[in-house]
Structure formats: structure tokens, C-alpha cells
Design a protein around this ligand. Structure first.
Ligand SMILES: [Zn+2]
Length: 263
């Protein structure tokens, strides 16, 4: 199985990356997609992806706005050009919009955060189009803005709305635009009723699974750092909600991942 979204290049995993990968493999999680977050982190991510044979995406995350947007976008375009022949490069991302973050930044005096997020996202949509790559999208409290943007872009390669937490109706609109929904540890929270209903009802073909490690640690977990090992619980819960065997579901989820990310 593939954890379609895990930041295993972060320093959080420096002490035990090898051991963790060994545990993951022994439990059937042999593949990972590392999403890009910012120019300063890209070289490190590329090195680790190469070292472990993991796949990766290149992008600018809305939490990690660069010092210079123009320079960062230029750098991103150069890297996409440079790595385009590498089949391990699977997407542009993670990129997107986060209204919660923009609100916090505005409270701290940065009134331009939202505007910059929007511009950076639109530019990255353009790069995904230019390089014919799917998008890994971070979308928090912004479906009202994100859906029309994607509607207008009509991006042929589609992508994934990662860490999805919305309703069935919203999910269906993304799916109709060619975007899958990345389901993570939030599914394990009984209070996440909207998401659990959506995950139970959407076509299985619309779903991917992910952990967003080291973030998104499931509720009541005995550890604070999330790891791709959480994927097993997510898949088991999803299988339960959908009345499928774990084996059947895992095969379908892996096929979805291949369909979206294999070039
Ligand atoms: Zn992420």
C-alpha cells in the first residue's frame, strides 16, 4: 500500500527513518508520496526520496509562504523542468488555500496572506497544466473559493484534495472535477460525522488514503507524532464503513493511487 501523503522528509523522522520504513514494509506499507512544502525543504526532500525510493511532489504549501513568491515560483518551475523525466515526481503540490491560516496571519498583522496564497495557488495550477501533472491540494475552510478555481481550470490530470474533512456533497463536486479525496486519521474520530458519512457513500474510486505524518495524529493515539503506520487503522475503518474486506479495499485504493499518480 501507499501512504499518499506523508512528510517523512521532515526532521521529526531523522532519528528513526530507517527503522520506521522497515516497520512500514513489514506491515505492507511499501510506498510513500512526499509532498513538497517550500524551496528550503525541496533539496532535502529530493535526497530522502532518492535514498528510500519514495515518490514525491514539488510545490509551495500555503503555510510556508516564501520570502519572495516570484523567486520561489521560478525555482519551482526550474525544478519541475529538471525532474520531469523522473517518474518518481508524481504531482505539483502540496499547494492550495487555507483560510484558517490566513485569518490567523491577518490577526498578527499580515493582511496580504490570503491574497498571496491565492496567487501562489493559481500559479501552481498553471505549472501543473504546463507539466501535465496532477495536483496535491491543501484546502482548509475554502471550498467556496477552491471549487470555482478548479472548475475554471478544468485540469485534465486532476489531483487529490488531501486531508479531506468536508461533506459528501462537497466531495462529490471535487470528484466530478477529476479530484479524488485523501482520507486520513480524522476518519478514526467518531465526532467527524460529516467525513465518515462522505467516506462511506462516495464511489470507492474517488478515495485515496494518507496519514499527513507527522501531523494529523488520530484522536486518543498513545503517541504525539503521527506515522504512516496509522494507515492500517484508516484502511480498516474505511473497510468497516463500506462493508468491504480490507484486502478488497486495499487493492482498489492502490489502483486509484496508480491511476492518479503513475505516468
Ligand atoms: Zn501535508
Amino acid at each position: 500500500m501507499t501512504d499518499t501523503h506523508a512528510h517523512l522528509d521532515f526532521v521529526d523522522f531523522d532519528p528513526d527513518r530507517d527503522d520506521l520504513f522497515q516497520s512500514m514494509r513489514s506491515q505492507g506499507i511499501g510506498n510513500v508520496i512526499l509532498p513538497g512544502v517550500e524551496p528550503a525543504q525541496w533539496p532535502r526532500m529530493l535526497t530522502i526520496a532518492q535514498q528510500f525510493g519514495w515518490r514525491y511532489a514539488l510545490g509551495i504549501h500555503p503555510w510556508y509562504l516564501p520570502t519572495s513568491d516570484v523567486e520561489a515560483l521560478e525555482q519551482l518551475e526550474q525544478l519541475l523542468q529538471q525532474y520531469h523525466a523522473d517518474k518518481a515526481l508524481v504531482a505539483v503540490g502540496e499547494c492550495g488555500l487555507d483560510k484558517l491560516r490566513a485569518k490567523r496571519m491577518a490577526e498578527q498583522g499580515d493582511a496580504k496572506h490570503w491574497q498571496r496564497q491565492r496567487r501562489l495557488f493559481e500559479q501552481q495550477l498553471g505549472l501543473a497544466e504546463k507539466f501535465s501533472l496532477p495536483l496535491i491540494v491543501h484546502a482548509v475552510q475554502c471550498h467556496g473559493e477552491m471549487l470555482p478555481l478548479l472548475q475554471r481550470a478544468q485540469h485534465r490530470q486532476g489531483g487529490v484534495i488531501h486531508g479531506f474533512s468536508g461533506s459528501f456533497e462537497v466531495a462529490l463536486q471535487y470528484w466530478q472535477l477529476g479530484f479524488r479525496l485523501g482520507i486520513g486519521g480524522l476518519l478514526l474520530n467518531p465526532a467527524a460525522k460529516k467525513l465518515r458519512a462522505a467516506a462511506a457513500k462516495l464511489p470507492v474510486a474517488a478515495l485515496l488514503v494518507e496519514t499527513d505524518s507527522p501531523d494529523m495524529t488520530p484522536i486518543n493515539a498513545p503517541f504525539s507524532r503521527n506515522t504512516p503506520l496509522t494507515l492500517l487503522a484508516v484502511v480498516a475503518e474505511l473497510a468497516h464503513l463500506r462493508n468491504l474486506s480490507v484486502v478488497q479495499l486495499s487493492e482498489q485504493l492502490e489502483a486509484n493511487c496508480v491511476q492518479l499518480f503513475e505516468r
